[in-house]
Design a protein. Structure first.
Length: 221
């Protein structure tokens, strides 16, 4: 591909998307275009969302960052060999030292975590039991690798029978708490540090209001 970073006309000699197009039905008038848009940064970072071993390794090989799903410090060790495999491949784009991990979670400062965990529980049961097909649910496989295979099977069974409330009730507080940061100020600070020490460089937080964003920013400053 020529034309990257706005340095020339955009052309592509590849077999799938040749530019300009000269294949069947072409009228021969196509010209390579030069972008008139100049981005603020010439090298746009590539971040991939990946779940399984092969895709996580691929992400470490070709991308600048990784957006995992259901990541937590408790499961961080599971991913290290997959990441190392990608970093070790010839021509890998990044190393562990300059690779980004942007993990999603809900963060809430509260002295009463129970209702918050209850509100988060249905989302986990949906991904564990209600996504994809019974024979192929990639999200469910994440929980299986985390050591919750038996739980995931039962949640899926109930969910697909339409017994969603029963499925949700099976998801333990321990798992919900593991995947999110919910608790008093001291616990939140400690948990954020744990995520950072596990390799996370950015937390993509679910917050409820601008005031809460400011409050959390002050807490973690």
């Amino acid at each position: 591909m020529v034309g990257a970073r706005g340095r020339g006309p955009v052309t592509n000699d590849g077999p799938h998307y040749p530019l300009p197009y000269a294949g069947e039905g072409a009228v021969g008038l196509g010209k390579p275009l030069r972008s008139i848009v100049h981005p603020l940064r010439s090298d746009l970072p590539i971040w991939l969302g990946a779940e399984g071993p092969k895709n996580v390794a691929l992400t470490a090989e070709i991308a600048d960052g990784w957006i995992p799903i259901f990541y937590s410090p408790a499961s961080a060790d599971m991913y290290q060999p997959w990441l190392d495999e990608g970093f070790a491949r010839p021509g890998a784009r990044r190393t562990r030292e300059d690779f980004e991990i942007a993990s999603t979670c809900h963060l809430q400062v509260t002295d009463d975590p129970g209702p918050v965990l209850d509100a988060l529980r249905p989302s986990l049961s949906l991904y564990m039991g209600g996504m994809g097909a019974k024979e192929q649910n990639f999200h469910k496989q994440v929980f299986e690798r985390m050591g919750y295979a038996e739980l995931a099977d039962r949640v899926q069974e109930l969910y697909l029978e339409g017994r969603k409330d029963e499925a949700t009730a099976l998801v333990p507080d321990e798992l919900v708490d593991q995947l999110h940061i919910v608790g008093d100020a001291a616990k939140v600070r400690d948990r954020v540090q744990e995520w950072e020490e596990s390799g996370v460089t950015t937390l993509l937080l679910s917050l409820r209001s601008a005031a809460e964003v400011r409050s959390v920013a002050e807490l973690l400053a």
